[in-house]
Design a protein around this ligand. Structure first.
Ligand SMILES: Cc1cc2nc3c(=O)[nH]c(=O)nc-3n(C[C@H](O)[C@H](O)[C@H](O)COP(=O)(O)O)c2cc1C
Length: 272
């Protein structure tokens, strides 16, 4: 039996607090145009731009407003070469998870820009920064890590609007990062990021272009009221997340469903 029978489109409060159209469009567009990048131009990143991006990161939500993150700005080439060495070792270990053509494909991918990018950034997390008592932390102990990931997503989006590419490198070892950068034991390295200007941002994830993986259709990820009650087409929401029409007010005049357009234009309709 369908749980919802009618689309819930009659939101009388829809305009109250809603931001102007250009801002809404800008936000969605930034989300769809964000990319993980691995190739960078050598041009330096002005401190003023980096400062804006870092402040945006710092405005993420955090459990109990603990702001558990720190940012290590890495320009030193020797340390970056050391990180690259660790990456090369870990890349081979990562390759062992795959076999045959999949492994060959993996080994053909460029998965970092540690030395080419003008700037690396480590985002860390210090749990219990203000002592063991944390508003919002009981049985779920990783909440500061979740918070730090939100700061990273903010940073990624802010970098995109500044025209800066960001590439997350996780094919590393935290104990090596601790050693190379003097990170204390109680602080967890969360993200090693390569940052810099890029020639252009691809319209789709680089791994998708390389044929490694595809974006899942969002309707397959929906459940209603319990895990076992997966989405089915008799629920309006299931159809709407695939319907280009939900974007008509945000992207008026965009040609819905254009197969040739960049993914950020296609993203609203995604593949069915
Ligand atoms: C936690 C995390 C770790 C990642 N590690 C790597 C990595 O080591 N190397 C890499 O090339 N991309 C890495 N990525 C980037 C993903 O491959 C990328 O986000 C994904 O392919 C989707 O592409 P998009 O970010 O352009 O949408 C990582 C992303 C996340 C969120």
């Amino acid at each position: 039996m369908p749980i919802e029978s009618k689309p819930n489109t009659s939101a009388p409060q829809a305009d109250l607090n809603r931001l102007p159209l250009e801002i809404r469009r800008g936000l969605y567009e930034t989300i769809f145009r964000r990319r993980d990048m691995r190739e960078f131009r050598p041009d330096p990143v002005p401190d003023e731009v980096l400062a804006r991006v870092l402040v945006a990161a710092h405005h993420a939500g955090s459990v109990g407003f603990t702001q558990p993150w720190d940012f290590i700005v890495v320009r030193d080439l020797e340390r970056r070469r050391e990180v690259k060495r660790v990456f090369e070792e870990e890349r081979l270990r990562n390759a062992e998870q795959f076999s045959g053509q999949r492994r060959e494909k993996f080994l053909s991918l460029k998965l970092e820009g540690i030395v080419e990018s003008p700037l690396n950034l480590i985002v860390t997390c210090e749990p219990d920064r203000f002592g063991p008592g944390v508003l919002g932390k009981t049985a779920i102990t990783e909440v500061e890590i979740y918070s730090t990931c939100l700061a990273i997503e903010n940073l990624w989006l802010a970098a995109r609007v500044e025209g800066l590419g960001v590439g997350w490198v996780s094919i590393l070892r935290n104990e090596c990062l601790r050693r190379t950068f003097g990170i204390p034991k109680n602080v967890i390295p969360i993200a090693y990021l390569c940052i810099g200007y890029v020639d252009s941002f691809p319209s789709r994830p680089i791994l998708e272009k390389a044929g490694w993986a595809e974006r899942l259709s969002p309707h397959r990820l929906l459940h209603f009221d319990s895990w076992e009650h997966r989405a089915s087409d008799d629920q309006p929401l299931t159809r709407l997340v695939r319907d280009p029409e939900i974007w008509r007010d945000i992207f008026p005049g965009e040609e819905a469903g254009s197969k040739d357009g960049p993914e950020w234009k296609q993203a609203p309709q995604l593949r069915k």
